[in-house]
Structure formats: C-alpha cells, structure tokens
Design a protein around this ligand. Sequence first.
Ligand code: APR
Length: 235
Amino acid sequence: MTAPSIVILTGAGISRESGLATFRDADGIWARIRIEDVATPEAFARDPAHVHAFYNARRAQLRDPAVQPNAAHLALAELERRWPGEVLLVTQNVDDLHGRAGSRKLLHMHGELMKARCARCEAVHPWTDDLSTGTPCPACGRAGGMRPHVVWFGEVPLGMDRIGAALDRCGLFLSIGTSGQVHPAAGFVAEVRGRARTVELNLEPSESRSRFDEAIHGPATEVVPRFVRDLLRGA
Ligand code: APR
C-alpha cells in the first residue's frame, strides 16, 4: 500500500517554545495590540510608520540568536525527509523557523516576516532589517511602497490553489499549534473530513477540536516528535 500524502497545518503554537508569542493566548500579541491598528491594509494606509514599527520589532526578535527552531519544527522536517509519500507543510506563521529547521515542501499562506514587497511594482525581496516608508524598492527604486510581505486581514492568503490540490489528495491531515479561529485555514479540516485521517496536536482543545478524528494535547515539543516517531515506525 502506498503511503498516504500528508498535509500539515501549523500555527503560532508551534513556535511558542522557541520564544515567539502566539496571538490569542492570554499573553498573546492580540492581547496587547489591536489587529485594526497593525494588521490590515487600512492600518497601513492610515499610519504606515506604526505598522512598520510593529513588524520591525517582530523581525528584530526573529534575528535574536536565542530564537531557534524547536524539536517540533525539526520533527516535521525529518518527517518530510523520511516519509515515503508526499508531505506539504502549510504554515500560518510568518516566522522562518520551519525553513531554518529544514522543511522544504513549505508554504507560508500568510506570508513571511523576512520578506518585503513593493506595493508599486509587486517585487518581493528577502528582508531582515527594518522597513520604513522611506525605504526605496531595490527593483523599481521608488520609496513609499515597501511593506512587509505579510497577508493582512482582508487580504487573500497565498498559495490557496496549491493548498486545495494537496488537500484533495491527502490521506492524513495534521493541525498543529493553531486555535482554529481564522479562515480559510480553520476550514481545511472540513474539506478533508471523511476521506483523510485528521489529527489535532495542540496545547489544548482548539475551536475546531470537534472536527478532528483524533486530538493529542500537550506542548508541541513533546507531542509532535512523539507523533512523528510513531508515524515513521509504521511507514
Ligand atoms: N504547543 C502547542 N500548542 C500551543 C503551545 C505549545 N507550546 N502554546 C500555545 N499553543 C496553542 C494555543 O492553545 C492556541 O490554540 O497554539 C494556538 C495558537 O493560536 P493563535 O494564537 O490563535 O495563533 P494561530 O492559530 O496561529 O492564529 C492564526 O491569526 O492573527 C492571525 O495571521 C495570524 O496566522 C495567525 C492567525
């Protein structure tokens, strides 16, 4: 029997033990900052400097050598390397920890903090430093249009066609470290129910818990490596 193809969805919870805050936990980002002020196109039009400051701070934290991929990120990279079937890792996270852990079949559906996009010419550039309204675009040379390459609320997530195709053929769907509150990601499990094995791995039951066949609750650095080891044993 051929190994089923796997689609993995991750959220901020998988990076929590690397020292990055989640969004909706009590100590999460949205507990102290309003989405409307930093994570919408309207916020950027209204006060680009404030939006740049929010993402510059998160990009600076990601450059901190103390922030490293954790055992859960590494376990998913090992699964991709050793699984005899297809694996696609779809992350809602804009941090670069999956890539740094070695995942290659990786799709950042909400964009990437370490990339910038020019709203004038749409060119996307790797970007690890601060951005400001005065930053000129390396491609078209114009200033005033450089923005984080991050998908804001009200914008269309990236890679949806590729995600849909992967969901259509997957036999195993894993959801890791996400509260299951933001669509379209929160709706992926409903798309595969009944024809794929669905497993939630999260610190605690998410809003979507009832849609999963199975749930394993605990810190990602404990439950993910254990789940991957058992999966590879049975491959
Ligand atoms: N291990 C596993 N899960 C954890 C851990 C941990 N150590 N710590 C927290 N979690 C879980 C929480 O229980 C919660 O269910 O991670 C989840 C994080 O949920 P959110 O903070 O809502 O983050 P996420 O689901 O990724 O948010 C989705 O919303 O704000 C937008 O664009 C942003 O991509 C983000 C999207």
